[in-house]
Design a protein around this ligand. Structure first.
Ligand SMILES: [Zn+2]
Length: 240
């Protein structure tokens, strides 16, 4: 089961904190009024949205374009500008043990995308995996938190078919690892499960796109009939 006991304890702790401390906007610090949650209306309004899911070959598609790895739909909620208050939301969730922040944002985004039929025909959400060492250190996988929040809105199941491999995987020994892409950072654990499905790979931030591409390549290499789309909460500007 995704989340498990530690996830339940974490959620209870977060809920307790939210009940005890006065609610302020995570972005600007203003007191929240009735009906606002996590972000004030002004910060929601000012959020630098990408709108890229309406583009059939967006900037996100370009970053992860590779021969033989077609990516159908791509969505990113907002532009990630380093040190901006919106970028700090992601940082705070990740490093200050506040996954409820990304869950809330993902829920908001999922409701919007659902209204625009973005999830139509998508069979499974696949969070980008976190390497076991990082998972132990952080206690949660941000991408998984995002995927679970999307699942709550859409009822699309969250799969655990992607596995992070050690980065120095030069000597690959088994079929599972051979299916990994050139970078060898991600592999598919059960290719048969993905056959014929349309999967949505989920991550928190796309920068160069290398991680999402590694995941897409691993899926395509092990299960050529799988259709692939991607979703991130944020997209950083590329420095060309
Ligand atoms: Zn605000």
């Amino acid at each position: 089961m995704r989340g498990g006991i530690s996830g339940m304890i974490r959620r209870a702790g977060e809920a307790l904190c939210e009940a005890v401390f006065p609610a302020v906007c995570e972005c600007c610090g203003a007191s929240l009024v009735r009906g606002e949650k996590l972000l004030c209306l002004q910060c929601q309004y000012d959020m630098p949205r990408t709108g890229c899911h309406r583009d059939s070959f967006s900037d996100i598609h370009k970053r992860i374009a590779a021969p033989g790895v077609p990516v159908e739909r791509a969505a990113a909620m907002f532009h990630y500008v380093k040190e901006s208050r919106y970028a700090l939301l992601i940082q705070r969730a990740k490093y200050n043990d506040r996954p409820s922040i990304v869950r809330h944002l993902a829920g908001m985004f999922a409701r919007e995308l659902e209204a625009e039929h973005f999830f139509e025909g998508v069979d499974m959400l696949l969070p980008v995996p976190l390497h076991r060492r990082k998972l132990l250190r952080r206690g949660f996988n941000q991408s998984e938190e995002i995927a679970m929040a999307i699942s709550t809105v859409t009822s699309i199941p969250v799969g655990d078919n992607l596995k992070s491999l050690p980065h120095s995987t030069q000597t690959r020994k088994n079929a599972m690892e051979r299916a990994a892409n050139m970078n060898g950072t991600i592999c598919v654990t059960d290719p048969e499960e993905l056959a014929g499905l349309h999967v949505l790979i989920v991550d928190d931030v796309i920068t160069t796109g290398a991680t999402l591409l590694a995941a897409a390549k691993a899926i395509r290499a092990s299960s050529p009939t799988t259709r692939i789309s991607v979703l991130t909460l944020a997209a950083s500007k590329l420095l060309y």
